[in-house]
Design a protein around this ligand. Structure first.
Ligand code: G3H
Ligand code: 13P
Ligand code: NA
Ligand code: ZN
Length: 328
């Protein structure tokens, strides 16, 4: 059944687990996520980005998610809109039947320009008023995703600050987070701790200087009842980078957020963990390998089935590691 994010995250907080929120763009991702959730008895958050809406069209995404609910009626599902850039964008998703929206007021309507605190409070509060009147949950964001080493957001297209950010924007301030939650009544808060979107998060495995799990602990200590959200939380599996590069890809050395660090965050209030890049890497690796090993195959179902299996196994691993398994 389709449920609100608030309901799902409240359960996760009560029982001390986290939920991966996987981005969805196509049938294969949707199937992989649901088959993994079914195999592990996990609740599901699927999210549609602006890029996904542009690729598949909002009605197709909506019906993909509704089809998942129909085929797996025993699994609770949150239909979430990722990174809305204005209250109007959130309003359209609410009208389409999304049960949760993200109002990302940390960036302007262009999805690139960092905003000030008052702007963020204003747009987020407006989105919350509208959404709550419809029984829909809202995730806000305070701080800007980006590398603590370089100050860059990392994402070339899509959502991400343009230009260099300063330290103050890169690590969410616990006091400001408390004031923000109080002023906006968001159901969940995305925080900045040194992660960024995409595959190029860290040039070497992250340390406490480049990925601040410590900051999560400080924020959680200040606002223990707020559900925290980690964006840019793909782990960038080295095994998949190897497969991609072995079969003709060229992805330079790069590292993501280690699963153990996310698990540590979950012990300190992180309830929603956004993952997109890992599914992209797994499906690209699976397609490259299959086509290289089966050069005479031309039925897309053959190689797309490989992507479903690859993504499903990755989702199962995250459901198990985050303690989501067994909570559907
Ligand atoms: O917010 C970032 C997600 O990875 C979505 O990316 O806009 O390319 O779908 P996208
Ligand atoms: P990744 O690029 O690390 O998968 O993050 C996705 C995300 O935060 C979507 O909002
Ligand atoms: Na941001
Ligand atoms: Zn994000």
């Amino acid at each position: 059944a389709l449920i609100s994010m608030r309901q799902m995250l409240d359960h996760a907080a009560e029982y001390g687990y986290g939920i991966p929120a996987f981005n969805v763009n196509n049938l294969e991702q949707m199937r992989a996520i649901m088959e993994a959730a079914d195999a592990t008895d996990s609740p599901v958050i699927v999210q549609a980005s602006a890029g996904a809406r542009k690729y598949a069209g909002a009605p197709f995404l909506r019906h993909l998610i509704l089809a998942a609910v129909e085929e797996f009626p025993h699994i609770p599902v949150v239909m979430h809109q990722d990174h809305g850039t204005s209250p109007a964008v959130c309003q359209r998703s609410i009208q389409l039947g999304f049960s949760s929206v993200m109002m990302d007021g940390s960036l302007g309507e262009d999805g690139k320009t960092p905003t000030d605190y008052d702007y963020n409070v204003n747009v987020t509060r407006r989105a919350v008023e509208m959404a709550h009147a419809c029984g829909v949950s809202v995730e806000g964001e305070l701080g800007c995703l980006g590398s603590l080493e370089t100050g860059m957001a990392g994402e070339e297209d899509g959502i991400g600050a343009e230009g260099k950010l300063d330290m103050e924007q890169l690590l969410t301030d616990p006091e400001e987070a408390a004031a923000f939650v109080k002023a906006t009544h968001v159901d969940a808060l995305a925080i900045a701790i040194g992660t960024s979107h995409g595959a190029y998060k860290f040039t070497k495995p992250p340390t406490g200087d480049t990925l601040s799990i410590q900051r999560i602990k400080e924020i959680h200590a200040r606002i223990p009842d707020t559900h925290l959200v980690m964006h840019g939380s793909s782990s960038v599996p080295q095994e998949w980078l190897e497969v991609i590069n072995q079969y003709g890809g060229e992805i330079p050395e790069t590292y993501g957020v280690p699963v153990e660090e996310i698990v540590e965050g979950i012990k300190h209030g992180v309830r929603k963990v956004n993952i997109d890049t890992d599914l992209r890497l797994a499906s690209t690796g699976a397609v490259r390998r299959f086509l290289a090993e089966n050069p005479s195959e031309f039925d897309p179902r053959k190689f797309l089935k490989e992507t479903v299996t690859a993504m499903r196994d990755l989702c199962i691993a995250r459901y198990e590691a985050f303690g989501t398994a067994g909570n559907a």
